[in-house]
Design a protein around this ligand. Structure first.
Ligand code: PLP
Length: 424
């Protein structure tokens, strides 16, 4: 199976004769063994197998294997949410006293996780504009830097990350590049092909795509050679006393990162995805390659319509030639970017609120990236603690409307926008 579309439908699970055709939901917390000795081997990581669903569950592993193949990685794990995926990824590499370089253009929840919660754990972040010069990017690194983090397409700023450049600079400092690929999905961009080492997802968005289940995923490319920098990554290259001194890079090779995340972080923190949610996520994945082109086609039509409208002050969508990210988007996502468009209406905050009140088809929700068109005014909701000046600095101006274009008929979506604009 070589094509990403085929992998969406079939990768990760191949039943043997007489087994269920569809990924089964293994709704069991525990797994039975004939002897305690057998189970002991699992606890020592000497044998592979399931024993308790806080660590691993077959349903989740089938779905994780599909996502790993979609991204071109060697292994993957599911988490209860996108937030958990990002936290585990950083925490699997960093301890108190370590440092990470992150793009400023990231999801608000991720920014909070880094700048507030992980700071309290003694892990420091330096934020750099993804459009900064190479000199500025290099200058952000310190002796104790352990990773670089960015988003393929930033939520909600919609900036496109120059993945190849960020990977080159990260590698020149001996650290991995972690990319949140939630908005692009592996249908439109596979960051590992451009040098990213680890990919994270909020599967809550397009991967599920139906706004039914929260979830996250971590995919390891298996390409980063941790053992080359033993002083930087002692957690992977020196004995883990909680498993009788196993050294992850020696025992698990290219699967070292995900194995450590499973055996230490899932074991101790337990942000497991429920097998039932993994089953629903898989239903979403089976049509991801059909939905994404439609999201992109509709978003392109909406962006062009908005750009030509006299009541619209500005439109931000990297599929428009007017976008400063048009060329980067063409390079990394030649088949389209995502279904999220942001724009401002003339008349500022008040006009934006009135416009949204008048929408009929598009619903006001705190969500993006599902089949139904939805809309959010960040200044009065997710970013309402900020004043207008702070909003401007965060790339979220007060008049900004974030529209997540669904897969309905674009004629109906545009007609809804048209009547709502006419009312202001
Ligand atoms: C939503 C989102 C997250 C957080 O994911 P949850 O599943 O809500 O925890 C992380 N990154 C991006 C880009 C997102 O859009």
């Amino acid at each position: 199976m070589s094509e990403v579309s085929t992998k969406c439908v079939q990768a990760g699970y191949s039943p043997k004769t007489g087994e269920p055709r569809v990924i089964p939901i293994i709704q069991s917390t525990t797994f039975k063994y004939d002897s305690g000795e057998e189970m002991g081997k699992l606890f020592d990581l000497e044998a592979e197998g399931y024993f308790y669903s806080r660590l691993q569950n077959p349903t989740n592993d089938y779905v994780a294997a599909k996502i790993a193949q979609l991204e071109g990685g060697v292994s993957a794990m599911l988490t209860a949410s996108g937030q958990a995926a990002t936290f585990y990824t950083i925490f699997n590499l960093c301890s108190c006293g370590d440092h990470v370089v992150s793009s400023t253009a990231i999801y608000g929840g991720t920014y909070n996780l880094f700048a507030v919660t992980m700071k309290r754990m003694g892990i420091e972040f330096t934020f750099v504009d993804p459009d900064c010069s190479d000199e500025e990017l290099h200058a952000a690194f310190r002796e104790n830097t352990k990773a670089v983090f960015g988003e393929t397409i930033a939520n909600p700023a919609l900036k496109v990350l120059d993945i190849e450049r960020f990977a080159r600079v990260a590698h020149s400092h001996g650290v991995p590049l972690i990319v949140d690929n939630t908005f692009a999905t592996p249908i439109n961009c596979r960051p590992i092909e451009w040098g990213a080492d680890i990919v994270v997802h909020s599967t809550t968005k397009y991967m599920d795509g139906h706004a039914t289940v929260l979830g996250g995923a971590i995919v390891d490319s298996g390409n980063f050679d941790w053992s080359k920098y033993p002083d930087k990554f002692p957690g992977l290259t020196t004995p883990d006393e909680s498993y009788h001194g196993v050294v992850y890079t020696e025992r698990f090779g290219r699967a070292a990162f995900i194995t450590k995340a499973t055996t230490q972080l899932m074991r101790d923190l337990g942000a497991m995805q429920s097998p039932h949610n993994a089953f629903l996520l898989n239903l979403g994945l089976e049509s991801l390659h059909v939905r994404m082109p439609r999201h992109c086609e509709n978003a392109q039509a909406v962006a062009e319509y908005l750009e030509a409208h006299e009541k619209v002050a500005w439109v931000n969508y990297s599929g428009l030639r007017s976008s400063r990210y048009y060329e980067l988007a063409k390079k990394y996502m030649p088949n389209g970017t995502c279904g999220v468009v942001s724009f401002g209406v003339r008349g500022g905050r008040a006009a934006a609120e009135k416009f949204m009140r008048n929408l009929k088809l598009a619903a006001i929700v705190t969500h993006v990236a599902d089949v139904r068109t939805c809309v959010l005014h960040p200044a009065s909701t997710t970013h309402r603690q900020m004043n207008d000046r702070e909003l401007e600095a965060a790339g979220v101006p007060a008049d900004m409307i974030r529209l997540s274009v669904g897969i309905e008929d674009k004629k109906d979506i545009i007609a809804d926008i048209e009547q709502a604009l006419a009312a202001i």
